[in-house]
Design a protein around this ligand. Structure first.
Ligand code: PLP
Length: 428
């Protein structure tokens, strides 16, 4: 495939935008080459500036769960835009999406909308600290919770891909309040809690990790965290920015039947517009300004265009819950197909999958935490990435990312993908 125009556009972008991109994960630094510039997208396909069509397994990193340019969302945004794009005053729409979200997600009474997953996680931690009157937090190596200071300690995909696990600019003072634990290792968490008795405000976790590839929790891990939090008056924060409204209508809380104290959302909840949210039971949420002492605000929070897109997306998912089953079946089909051809081609690999999240790791051992995820063969991944791209298939340009399937994918698309995986893995 030709990427002439994309390369030219990237050269222009590099002059005026650091690295040519507005988010580092979009760069091709880890795989070589230059990023693809998108012109448009519809359903399961991206159309780039050179006229190539790509089957998309990123889907804007999750939001386009029902496909690109999903008609009801597009219509809702157009209609809202005609009525004004921002007021900085309350609208009925905000209550409608809040009520729907609260009805779909277990264990929450109130929700506040923000503009990104980063904001949601940052605000959730501030709320947890204010509510518990404690300072320290526990996060897991390889989990990503956005780019706010407290979280940029071994923060998964983007940060790992670019070789800066701990970002300069985060002060030692901030870093010392973030305790780092190993994913899927309860003993490690217990040790940290014991060593910091009565100092830990919250444990924040991706209940299914998606920023070091897809890593589901091992049996008992989330339940163990829940118990430790309850026993030690620590709030459990599920960062469901990736998993919320994707793995089930009620996210991982519903799928795996474990209750969190605070839940963070992003990605799908905005239907492709910039939206994040955090939610909890009433007692906790009432700690937020203007009711309570913990301050949190946003000029464009609850923006009508964003709320119209999000509400329409949630309504679609709520009205057709079979979509989660359909997505999981398509992902299982892709898994089985790739498994077969990779085995036939004698590749060392592990495929992790849950619901509509899946990742291929080029290492034969189980991938259960950041350390095991980091063992994958990056040379094979580069060949895999560029090989698939050449066959018209777009996966994330990093070995540390999950794939996010869209229900717009047909079984024919999946067969094309499996065939491409077969062809490409023969060249390893
Ligand atoms: C994407 C992501 C975030 C950050 O969301 P942004 O909207 O990019 O700020 C936070 N947590 C998880 C689990 C994510 O996948």
């Amino acid at each position: 495939m030709l990427y002439k125009r994309s390369s030219q556009l990237f050269a222009e972008a590099e002059k005026v935008i650091p690295g040519g991109v507005n988010s580092p994960v979009r760069a091709f630094k880890a795989v070589g080459g230059t990023p693809i510039f998108v012109k448009s997208a519809k359903g399961a396909y991206l159309y780039d500036e050179d006229g190539n069509r790509l089957i998309d397994y990123i889907n804007s990193w999750g939001p386009m769960i029902l496909g690109h340019a999903y008609e009801p969302v597009v219509q809702a945004v157009i209609e809202k835009a005609k009525l004004g794009t921002s007021f900085g005053m309350p609208t009925e729409l905000e209550t409608q999406i809040a009520a729907l979200a609260v009805s779909m997600v277990p264990n929450i009474d109130k929700i506040r909308f923000v503009n990104s997953g980063t904001e949601a996680c940052m605000s959730a931690v501030r709320l947890a600290r204010g509510f518990t009157k404690k300072d320290k937090i526990i996060k897991f190596a390889g989990c990503y919770h956005g780019h706010s200071d407290s979280f940029l300690i071994q923060a998964g995909s983007g940060a790992i891909t670019f070789g800066s696990p701990n970002s300069p600019g985060v002060t030692a003072g901030t870093a010392k309040d973030t305790l780092l634990a190993t994913y899927n290792d309860l003993e490690n968490v217990a040790t940290l809690i014991e060593a910091n008795k009565n100092e830990i405000a919250c444990i924040i976790v991706e209940p299914v990790a998606g920023n070091m590839g897809c890593i589901p929790p091992v049996a008992g891990f989330l339940e163990g965290l829940r118990q430790m939090c309850t026993d030690n008056e620590i709030l459990l924060i599920f960062d469901e920015v990736m998993t919320g409204f994707r793995l089930a209508a009620g996210g991982v809380q519903e799928l795996l039947n474990v209750n969190a104290d605070i839940v963070c959302f992003g990605k799908v909840i905005g239907g492709g517009l910039p939206v994040g949210a955090f939610a909890a039971r009433e007692e906790i949420m009432n700690y937020l300004a203007p009711l309570g002492p913990v301050y949190q605000a946003g000029t464009l929070s609850g923006n009508p265009l964003a709320m119209a897109a999000g509400l329409t997306m949630l309504q679609s998912l709520n009205n057709d819950r079979a979509v989660f089953k359909s997505l999981a079946e398509k992902t299982a089909y892709l898994h089985a197909g790739m498994d077969k051809v990779l085995k036939a081609n004698k590749v060392d690999f592990t495929i992790n999958r849950i619901g509509s999240m899946i990742s291929v790791h080029f290492d034969a051992n189980p991938v259960t935490d950041f350390k095991s995820a980091a063992k994958g063969d990056n040379e094979n991944f580069k060949k895999f990435f560029h090989g698939l791209l050449n066959e018209g298939i777009y996966i994330a340009p990093s070995a540390y990312e999950s794939w996010f399937l869209t229900d717009a994918l047909s079984y024919e698309d999946l067969d094309i993908t499996i065939k491409a995986v077969d062809k490409v893995s023969k060249t390893f």
